[in-house]
Design a protein around this ligand. Structure first.
Ligand code: GLU
Length: 489
């Protein structure tokens, strides 16, 4: 195994955002490309917002997307536990070390005092930050304050006048002045570490070689570098991946549509389509090709080809990719994935008999070319399940108003009645015969027949529609349409 060790470290505080899935995928692809290790760690120190349910959803979504992990929650490993709330003793040891070294100190400021300081700085047009009121308290001061009932937080003593340079594999060198940072909290008064502290301890103890995460964490990185330095630890490589924007170039949000992996899963997007799409959000191998299997992505993924510019979430592209994979997948798989949608729409009831399943495969095959995601199957396949045919729009009505329509439809009806069963060659033949006998051309047969059977002027292959509907339904729909037309005259 190579020395590459990367991690995905989600905070389980809500739906699994596609930005998080993109970070996970980039880490996973990088690890797999390099023959390194991929670790999943749960950052649940926000006790109020973290839930086990959210953690489980994230982990299930990772597996659904085809990502496995070598170490982490659920699978274990030598550097566990992998859930931060189970590592509290570990963090406290390092807090202690920083306190002893004078690199951290106890701060007793109250919320009110901090708010007042913040307000004063803002008034002066300065960045709000902690100005170090408790920096030089003596042990006696601390004792007195604690006797008064104050519970301290632990702050890191940020060195004055230094400039921290973040060497980023995607963004290049980015500098931050320590003066703008202010002594930040590493351990809260409830003894829970803050993100910036826990992440450094964990990344070090888990020997993480590359920290690949979203750009929004870039401002945290100088704080983390200060902690690495104070603890005498070497730095990992950093790679901050650009934001994901909506098509209107504002930050991707609910306004732009579904933002969580679960929502796409629920709509019936295929995981390989989502992987392919997410991989291209900020990475490209160069060239025109846009379709990549997970295997190909693994082979081609490098951090050098991760773009600095923001990625744009283009739903049309996701739809296009998903449509591609729906058309390409084995029919049985697409059928199995379509079943829950058809069942929910009330079109079928499970368990399905063998015969019904085989029939359903034909249904799926006849409409899958129209689908952006499997949820849409209920719209396109409804022609096979509806009871009566509803005429859709003016164009369809005009088709039915044709002079020859009753003759054509009743000729077809008779032919259908004379057949044992409707197979593809039989249907072809009988329509040809009708054309010949009535002396009418293809379109004059196909259009009224299509509208009579489906209510619409467009849709799947007509022969296939007849085969799938079968003799009885075709006869029934033709009879009803003939009755309707006769009633209108
Ligand atoms: N828990 C952080 C998040 O979900 C992880 C950030 C990091 O990768 O360092 O944003």
């Amino acid at each position: 195994m190579s020395s590459v060790r990367v991690r995905f470290a989600p905070s389980p505080t809500g739906p699994f955002h596609i930005g998080g899935a993109r970070s996970a995928l980039f880490n996973w692809l990088f690890a797999r490309h390099c023959g390194g290790a991929f670790i999943v760690r749960i950052e649940d120190t926000d006790l109020e917002r973290s839930t086990r349910e959210s953690e489980e959803n994230i982990l299930a979504a990772l597996r659904w997307l085809g990502m496995d992990w070598d170490e982490g929650v659920q699978v274990g490993g030598p550097d566990g536990p992998y859930r931060q709330t189970e590592r509290l003793d570990i963090y406290r040891q390092y807090v202690e070390r920083l306190l002893l070294d004078g690199r951290a100190y106890r701060c007793y400021c109250t919320e009110e005092e901090l708010a007042a300081e913040r307000e004063a700085l803002l008034k002066k047009g300065e960045m709000p930050r902690y100005l170090g009121r408790c920096r030089n308290l003596s042990p006696e001061d601390c004792f007195r304050l604690e006797k008064d009932g104050r519970r301290p937080v632990i702050r890191f003593r940020v060195p004055e006048g230094e400039v921290i340079n973040v060497r980023d594999l995607v963004r290049g060198d980015v500098s931050f002045e320590c003066g703008g940072i202010g002594d930040f909290i590493i351990l809260k008064s409830d003894m829970i570490p803050t993100y910036n502290f826990a992440v450094v301890v964990d990344d070090h103890l888990m020997s993480i070689s590359h920290v690949i995460r979203a750009e929004e964490h870039l401002p945290n990185t100088p704080r983390q570098i200060l902690l690495y330095n104070a603890l005498g630890w070497s730095l990992p490589e950093f790679a901050h991946v650009s934001l994901i924007l909506g098509k209107d170039r504002s930050k991707m949000s609910k306004r732009h549509g579904a933002t969580s992996v679960e929502q796409y899963q629920e709509k019936g997007y295929l995981p390989e389509a989502l992987d392919n799409f997410l991989a291209l959000l900020g990475w490209s191998p160069g060239g025109e090709e846009e379709i990549f299997t997970l295997e190909e992505l693994k082979q081609q993924f490098t951090l050098e080809r991760v773009a600095k510019s923001p990625a744009v979430f283009d739903l049309d592209k996701l739809n296009w990719l998903d449509g591609h994979y729906i058309r390409q997948s084995p029919l049985e798989r697409v059928t199995d994935l379509a079943v829950p949608f058809l069942e929910k729409a009330g079109f079928i009831a499970t368990p399905l008999s063998r015969g019904k399943y085989e029939w359903l495969k034909m249904v799926v095959d006849s409409v899958r070319e129209y689908l952006n995601c499997l949820e849409e199957i209920t719209v396109h396949a409804s022609i096979y399940f509806m009871d009566g045919v509803e005429i859709e729009g003016k164009e369809a009505e005009e088709v039915l108003a044709g002079e020859q329509v009753p003759a054509v439809l009743s000729a077809i009806q008779k032919k259908v009645a004379s057949r044992e069963e409707l197979t593809n060659p039989e249907v072809k033949l009988l329509l040809k015969e009708v054309g010949k006998e009535l002396g009418v051309k293809g379109k004059q047969i196909f259009m009224p027949l299509r509208v009579a059977l489906t209510g619409s002027t467009h849709g799947p292959d007509l022969n296939q529609i007849m085969v799938i509907l079968g003799k009885d339904k075709v006869s029934d729909r033709l009879a009803r349409m003939l009755g309707k037309i006769a009633g209108q005259v």
